[in-house]
Ligand binder design. Structure first.
Ligand code: NAP
Length: 242
């Protein structure tokens, strides 16, 4: 059976990615860190598409947990293949560099950048043997432009962009594409405490994006229709930055 794995699939953009990939007919592995109730809500939404939804709780930043839980799932499902991976799990802990703590730096880097490495490394070899796959990395406008107050987050996302471009070239001949999506402001828990009314004035489209708009792009990049696109960073930001 064919599976798509979405890290951070319990809420926000990740939840919508799960349902959009279910629309493509994939069974969905929903990773989450701690919010089981939210992950179950995603699973219920996925199940309405007549595909399987399975919850996989692990911290993407913890290589041992990734190996145990995700590696364990793969060992128990030798006949199944993870064909699509969306590295979506991410956190932000914004502060100016001058007052940033070591853990604010490392937590943000470890979740986005190290998390992408931990999960991708675990699923990559079977994907290479399958000679087909789609890897989609959720980055950010901050990783392209750099955002003051987000030195940690900008560095994490810029690192993911470099890894996306390099890995895409390594595995293109195996028919595996690797792309990044760079959203601007999107309405989720992550942006809940921002002043949407004021910040939206900076956006040419005068509004924040919806998680579904990002997930529609994920669906396209995960589909066969995107077969000649690899190593790209695609912005989705209402015209805020290009
Ligand atoms: P969100 O609503 O805050 O959801 C975050 C998701 O990531 C949750 O499912 C959470 O799981 C999971 N997660 C966090 N740390 C994790 C870890 N260590 N291991 C496994 N899962 C973890 O975030 P979002 O706004 O949907 O953002 C999704 C991605 O888009 C992130 O990479 C973010 O940086 C990026 N992005 C967002 C925006 C935006 O405006 N929202 C803009 C640009 C880029 P639990 O539910 O278990 O906590």
């Amino acid at each position: 059976m064919k599976y798509a794995l979405v890290t951070g699939g319990s809420r926000g953009i990740g939840r919508l990615c799960c349902t959009k990939l279910a629309e493509l007919g994939y069974n969905i592995l929903i990773n989450y860190k701690g919010n089981q109730a939210a992950a179950q809500e995603t699973a219920d939404a996925v199940a309405t598409h007549q595909v399987k939804a399975e919850l996989l709780q692990f911290d993407v930043a913890d290589k041992n947990e990734v190996t145990q839980v995700l590696g364990g799932w793969m060992d128990a499902h030798k006949e199944d293949i993870i064909e699509v991976l969306v590295n979506n799990a991410g956190i932000r802990q914004d502060t100016l560099m001058m007052s940033m703590t070591d853990s604010q730096w490392s937590d943000v880097l470890n979740t986005s950048l190290q998390g992408m490495y931990n999960v991708t490394k675990t699923v990559l070899n079977p994907m290479l043997m399958n000679r087909y796959g789609r890897i989609i990395n959720m980055v950010s406008l901050s990783g392209l432009k750099g955002t003051p107050g987000q030195v940690n987050y900008s560095a994490a996302k810029a690192g993911m962009i470099g890894a996306t471009k390099a890995l895409a070239q390594e595995i293109a001949k195996r028919n595996i594409t690797v792309n990044a999506i760079a959203p601007g402001f999107v309405k989720t828990d992550m942006t809940e405490e921002l002043n949407e009314k004021d910040l939206a004035k900076m956006v040419p489209m005068q509004r924040f994006g919806e998680a579904e708009e990002v997930a529609d792009l994920v669906q396209f990049l995960a589909s066969k229709k995107s077969s000649y696109i690899t190593g790209q960073v695609i912005s989705i930001n209402g015209g805020l930055y290009s």
